[in-house]
Design a protein around this ligand. Structure first.
Ligand code: 5GP
Ligand code: ZN
Length: 114
């Protein structure tokens, strides 16, 4: 999608530190990491947020989580643990309107919200 930051990153029009890529998924380091490991996992298909996911994205969503698991293993955080976060909408603080999951690890994290 034109004018979407993450679509431009996926196409290579904006540089990124790629961590992983396959047919469905692109993953790269967050520009403002909140932990030693902070990777953004995005579908190559433009979907604005979790609200816009549809039945036809069923396989894609599975691929995203398989990719997250592989990335956690590759980065060596699999056994110590990690968080996967999706911000959906204003109250959650979503700033980029292209579905993405934050993989955060490498530090002992604070209070759980849930
Ligand atoms: P959100 O707040 O929408 O859940 O997450 C957006 C994330 O994208 C933020 O953590 C922010 O640091 C990251 N981000 C914003 N612009 C860029 C960029 O140009 N490159 C990279 N690598 N990350 C970005
Ligand atoms: Zn996009």
């Amino acid at each position: 999608m034109e004018d979407c930051l993450f679509c431009k990153i996926i196409k290579g029009e904006i540089p990124s530190n790629k961590v992983y890529e396959d047919e469905y998924v692109y993953a790269f380091k967050d520009i403002e990491p909140v932990a030693p490991v902070h990777v953004l996992i995005v579908p190559k298909k433009h979907i604005s947020s979790l609200n816009e996911v549809s039945e036809e994205d069923e396989v894609l969503l599975g691929k995203i989580f398989i990719a997250i698991k592989k990335i956690a293993k590759e980065l060596g955080v699999e056994s110590k643990g990690y968080r996967v976060i999706n911000n959906c909408g204003k109250d959650a603080g979503q700033t980029v309107m292209h579905l993405h999951f934050h993989l955060i690890a490498g530090t002992k994290m604070g209070e759980k919200l849930l």
